[in-house]
Design a protein around this ligand. Sequence first.
Ligand code: ZN
Length: 144
Amino acid sequence: MDAKIAYCGIYCGACGIFLATESNELEELSKELKIPVTYLACKGCRSDTNNLCCMNCGIKRCCGHKNINSCNECNEFPCANLKKLDQRHLRDDNVSLIENLVRIRKIGAEQWLKEQEDKWRCPGCGGNICVMDKECYDCGCKID
Ligand SMILES: [Zn+2]
């Protein structure tokens, strides 16, 4: 599965840390967040380069133990841990991980990835929109 499709249903391609890693802007972000670059770099959930937070992710570990591809394959889906994470992302970014996972189950991971790539692409310049800032990192325009 693509490195940008997280076990929990996050689309990593719109994450500010992922985007900063891709565009070599980690130094700047590191100063802003006061976190060393080595703990920040992230190339997506399923890559071998994860930031400190995603490296120690309980959801990912849990899927590993259960030998499943994503939370949506679990018989406890959506469990209390996932619901908690879902609430946080709903509150902070207005994105539901549970909705994403249900959608992935329905249309398949590959098709969902295409949808997400379109959703988070700047209508103005075609650049990458960050889910945290709701802003295009290339031209700076704001998205609702
Ligand atoms: Zn743009």
